[in-house]
Structure formats: structure tokens, C-alpha cells
Design a protein around this ligand. Structure first.
Ligand SMILES: Nc1ncnc2c1ncn2[C@@H]1O[C@H](COP(=O)(O)OP(=O)(O)O)[C@@H](O)[C@H]1O
Ligand SMILES: [Mg+2]
Length: 337
């Protein structure tokens, strides 16, 4: 067998179409106990491959611990892969660290990464300087970004006075100081109230309009459905499906969802639902005073009739209905099966 080497130039040209190219990426974490010699190996990524086209808004979704943040850390050159390859904007994450860092923006969910004792503008100036943006450009760009994220009028207040939602908007502005081609958003709406989360989604759409490539992780399925053109579902370090939101929903086109709102439902009621013939899965939130229960089944009308016949002490059904499956239903099937 003859191995033909691709010339470097062809390879570079082939890469132009892609903002991200990941092949067979693996990452292990080795944790050693402090005293003993015992060490534990966690395989966070077990061979992940995907491409993101330039200008695409791509979603990476999966449960906690699936490997989303590890993937982002490797792509942003914060962490090295154990094996496999990853190219970002045509550059190798193992070699071209500074070329990549200059051209990307990163937003992590949560509180880290801003200086609380200084103003929003001072934060922005600091990060602009860090990225080597020339002062004339940043003088023009900072007010534009402040406006984009809706912080005008508050930009000269100390960040410690900001609400959680305002801080997250500032995070987005900060991630754009170097006018990156590619933006990583790792669970950007986590912990925000619904209005705050909606604002962030609006900004993500705005960035997409500007032509930025965006890699978004989230565990809110409706958010991925609303925003992403293509989604990779990751579970236990492996990609288990990759498609458009509507393509993923086709995986569950054979089922419908019976939705219930109840008072007083407990695990015993849920168990009774699970034992109804034709029920594939029951997802229940039992913590609050009212419970939201979703039942996946191919025979929704029959199941709904049987549900109303269940006698369970003290459970009151206050609302019921049959819905089309959502991305969340497809996702549950993918990550649980
Ligand atoms: N610094 C670390 N040391 C050891 N294990 C880690 C570390 N970071 C992540 N892990 C493990 O790697 C796996 C993937 O984690 P992560 O990429 O953070 O997942 P996600 O972002 O999808 O929740 C999990 O099992 C997690 O416990
Ligand atoms: Mg994470």
C-alpha cells in the first residue's frame, strides 16, 4: 500500500471551510489520592469527532459529566488532548496556541472571570489590552459592545453592583473585545432567571447575524432547539447523534407525549404510570407543590385514558394533554439508551 502525503497547502485550503475540526479526540483525567499511590483514571472524552462550518451555530448537548467543558477546554487550548487531533480556524490546538487564542472568544457560565471592584468599561479595557487590541480600535469597539449587550447607562458602575444577568451580559461583551471569528459559549444561561436567559439567547442570535461561528453547550434542550442549526449529542464522552434539531426529533416521531400537571403525586404514582401498557418513559419533577409529569408513548390516547383511571390516594390531576415530542424527548432517548 502506498501512502500519499497531502501537500501542506491543500490541507490548509481544505480547512478553510471549517472553523472547527475534531478527529477521534480523547482525554483522560488522572486523579491521585494525596496520601496513597492509588490513582483513578476518568475517560472524559472517548473518541469524539465533529466539524463546525464557518459561520455555523453549532450545539453540543449532553448531561452533566458528558465531556462538553472538556471539549471546549481542548478547543480553546486550555487543556491538551490525550490523543486525537483538533484544528480551530485551521490551527492545531497542540501547536498554534497563541494564534488560536487571539482569534477566539470564550464565555463560561457562572460567576468567574470578571473584576468586581472596577467598572464594566475598565474590565473591557483590561481584556482589550490583554488581547493586544490597538487603543483606537478598542475606544470605538467597547461602547458598541456595551450597547450590544444592553449595559449602556450602567457601564461606569462597579461590576459588584451588577445583577447576575448583567454580569453574564458583560461576559459576552468581554468575549467579543478582540472581534473573534469564533465564540465558545459554555452553558451561558445557567443559573439565570428566564428573562436574563432570554436576553442572552437574543445576543447569541445577534452574534450569528454578524457571521460569527458559535459553539454553544447547554443542557436546556429548548435553548438548543431554538438556536442551533446543528447539534451533537454527547454522552459519556462519546457523540451519540449529530443532526439538525428537526432531524434529531425524527428519532422520536413514533411517539407522543402525555403531559400531566398534578397535586400530591409521589414516586408510587409515577411507578403506576410506568406500569401502564405502552409507556416507554416517565419523566417527573416531584419536588414542587405541583408536579409536571411527561409520559412518552406510541399510544398516547389509550395511555391518557388509563392514567385517569389510576386511583392513587391524594393525587389530583389538574391538567392533562397530548403533545408532539420535543428535542428533549429525542435527547432522553439518545442519552438513556
Ligand atoms: N479536572 C478534572 N479532574 C478529574 N476529572 C475531571 C476533571 N474535569 C472533568 N472531569 C471529569 O470528566 C468528565 C467530563 O467532565 P466535563 O467535561 O466537565 O463534562 P460536562 O461539561 O459535559 O458536564 C466527568 O466525568 C468529570 O467528572
Ligand atoms: Mg460543563
Amino acid at each position: 500500500m502506498q501512502i500519499v502525503e497531502e501537500p501542506e497547502e491543500d490541507r490548509a485550503r481544505a480547512r478553510e471551510a471549517f472553523a472547527i475540526e475534531v478527529k477521534n479526540l480523547r482525554r483522560e483525567y488522572v486523579t491521585r489520592s494525596f496520601f496513597g499511590k492509588a490513582s483513578r483514571v476518568t475517560e472524559a472524552l472517548a473518541g469524539v469527532s465533529f466539524d463546525v462550518k464557518r459561520g455555523e451555530l453549532f450545539g453540543l448537548i449532553g448531561p452533566n459529566g458528558a465531556g462538553k467543558t472538556t471539549t471546549i477546554k481542548i478547543l480553546t487550548t486550555v487543556l491538551t488532548p490525550t490523543s486525537g487531533s483538533a484544528f480551530v480556524l485551521g490551527y492545531d490546538v497542540k501547536k498554534d496556541i497563541y494564534k488560536i487564542r487571539k482569534r477566539i472568544g470564550i464565555v463560561f457560565g457562572g460567576e468567574r472571570g470578571l473584576y468586581n471592584r472596577v467598572t464594566a468599561v475598565e474590565n473591557m479595557k483590561y481584556f482589550s489590552d490583554l488581547y493586544g487590541v490597538d487603543p483606537a480600535t478598542s475606544r470605538k469597539r467597547i461602547p458598541e459592545l456595551i450597547r450590544l449587550v444592553g449595559l449602556e447607562g450602567r457601564e461606569n458602575e462597579k461590576v459588584e453592583k451588577y445583577s447576575r444577568g448583567m454580569k453574564q451580559r458583560l461576559h459576552i461583551a468581554k468575549a467579543l473585545v478582540n472581534d473573534p471569528e469564533l465564540v465558545f459559549l459554555d452553558e451561558p444561561t445557567i443559573g439565570l432567571d428566564p428573562a436574563g436567559a432570554r436576553d442572552i439567547r437574543e445576543m447569541v442570535r445577534e452574534m450569528e447575524k454578524w457571521g460569527k461561528t458559535i459553539l454553544l453547550t447547554t443542557h436546556y434542550m429548548f435553548e438548543a432547539d431554538e438556536l442551533c442549526k446543528r447539534i451533537a449529542v454527547i454522552s459519556k464522552g462519546k457523540i451519540v447523534a449529530m443532526d439538525s434539531p428537526s432531524g434529531l426529533k425524527k428519532l422520536v416521531k413514533d411517539i407522543s407525549v402525555v403531559e400531566l400537571q398534578t397535586y400530591g403525586a409521589t414516586q408510587s404514582f409515577v411507578d403506576k404510570l410506568k406500569s401502564i401498557e405502552g409507556v416507554i418513559r416517565v419523566v417527573a419533577e416531584l419536588e414542587s407543590e405541583r408536579q409536571f409529569i411527561k409520559i412518552q408513548t406510541p399510544i398516547a390516547a389509550d395511555v391518557l385514558t388509563k392514567v385517569t383511571q389510576i386511583s392513587d390516594d391524594g393525587v389530583k390531576i389538574i391538567d392533562k394533554g397530548i403533545k408532539e415530542p420535543t428535542l428533549e424527548d429525542a435527547y432522553l432517548r439518545l442519552v438513556e439508551e
